[in-house]
Ligand binder design. Structure first.
Ligand SMILES: [Ca+2]
Ligand SMILES: [Ca+2]
Ligand SMILES: [Ca+2]
Length: 389
């Protein structure tokens, strides 16, 4: 017995150029940010622990939030408090992945001279650690874990917001933001009652993120920090140290990559053969399979099943998405006419069954597909059998 061969060829130069032209003409829209769930919120500290749970910063409700303040509980102020989350799924992929973190904060506090509870200064961290090592859901002194990497701030903006979290209500002046030497974001300028601060960063190719940490740093209005030389006016926690974080959301724009290439192979005349690709990325993906460089009508899924004696050819799949277009390897599907009984082996039974069909004049024996069963079919079959397919 002989096993059947499989084949794969590299793309021809001319065919490849045609593909790229076709692809470039089909560019799609923006690479949108796809939401990623945040779970198991844990904080080092929560003011009024049972009134402002960490999980309230990820409950999707603008009216609830996690509150931070030291004045009522801690006799000695600390510089930072942190809030950590699991990501509900791994973030990042084969290619560099853009991530966006959006922090909605605010609320007015009438006491102690008044003031708005927006975020003044914060840093963002990510981790690739096992989710069992951080973010245990505790409201106080939660598990913070090790192995956090400071997220580079590529772009940041801060805008006023409504009580419901809508951005840029008119009229009014937005705060501006700057990135400090320690990687923290500092909001300066007018202090709106509610604000949204959005940070964009990019994960390295292959980096997989399992968690997010928001580290809040006092930066404004607190006398013990004035030595920092930071602006004393503008947005930031209330002068009594209070801050209300209402919602944190995370999004990713995962660049497209093809994680599974199609595999060529050999099928028998009455069998079928399935080709498949697999994509990684934010999607959505549009698939188009091509045979011998011509689009196959209706072949718009990640898999393609071909059948029939004329299925032989060179195949590839073109995948379009807002986050990148990909062209698969070109692979060859061969039809092995001498595996006459379609059992995947070439042996005496194939020969016997062909001869039987030939003697009957059965159209199955018309291996050269000229609609006659004659001596030429016999020659073709014998040659294919001798050649191994
Ligand atoms: Ca909330
Ligand atoms: Ca066989
Ligand atoms: Ca024939």
């Amino acid at each position: 017995m002989r096993g059947l061969r499989t084949g794969r060829v590299s793309a021809g130069v001319a065919a490849g150029a045609a593909m790229l032209a076709w692809t470039a003409g089909s560019a799609m829209g923006q690479c949108a940010s796809v939401p990623v769930g945040l779970e198991n919120a844990t904080a080092t500290y929560t003011q009024g622990c049972y009134l402002f749970a960490p999980s309230w910063a990820i409950d999707g409700k603008p009216g609830t939030g996690w509150a931070l303040g030291r004045c009522y509980v801690k006799p000695e102020p600390t510089l930072t408090e942190s809030l950590v989350f699991h990501t509900s799924r791994d973030v990042g992929g084969v290619n560099a992945t853009q991530v966006t973190v959006r922090l909605f904060s605010g609320g007015a506090w009438a006491g102690e001279g008044g003031g708005n509870l927006t975020i003044g200064r914060f840093r963002l961290w990510v981790t690739s650690e096992d989710r069992g090592t951080f973010a245990d859901g505790k409201r106080l002194a939660g598990l913070m874990g090790d192995g956090w990497r400071l997220l580079d701030v590529e772009d940041v903006k801060a805008v006023r917001a409504t009580q419901a979290g809508a951005e840029n209500p008119a009229p009014g002046e937005n705060p501006s933001v700057s990135v400090m030497e320690d990687g923290s974001v500092l909001m300066v300028g007018p202090n709106p009652e509610y604000s949204v601060c959005t940070v964009t960063s990019t994960l390295a190719a292959g980096e997989v993120v399992t968690g997010l940490k928001v580290e809040f740093i006092d930066g404004n209005g607190l006398s013990f920090l004035s030595a920092d030389g930071l602006p004393t006016g503008g947005p930031g926690r209330h002068t009594n140290g209070n801050m209300m974080l209402r919602e944190v959301t995370l999004g990713e724009s995962r660049r497209a990559s093809m994680t599974q290439q199609p595999e060529g192979g050999t099928m028998c005349p009455r069998g079928s053969f399935t080709l498949a690709v697999q994509m990684d990325g934010s999607g959505p993906f549009t698939y188009q399979w091509r045979r011998n460089n011509a689009a196959i009508a209706g072949s718009n899924s990640p898999t393609l099943t071909v059948s029939g004696a004329d299925a032989a050819g060179a195949y590839r799949c073109i995948v379009l998405s807002p986050c990148g277009n990909k062209v698969s390897d070109e692979v060859v599907v061969q039809v092995c006419m001498s595996d006459f009984n379609c059992d995947g082996f070439l042996d005496f039974f194939d020969y016997q069954e062909f001869v039987d069909a030939f003697d009957r004049g059965d159209e199955l024996a018309d291996v050269n597909m000229d609609e006659f069963v004659d001596f030429f079919d016999f020659l073709d079959f014998s040659a294919a059998f001798d050649a191994g397919c």
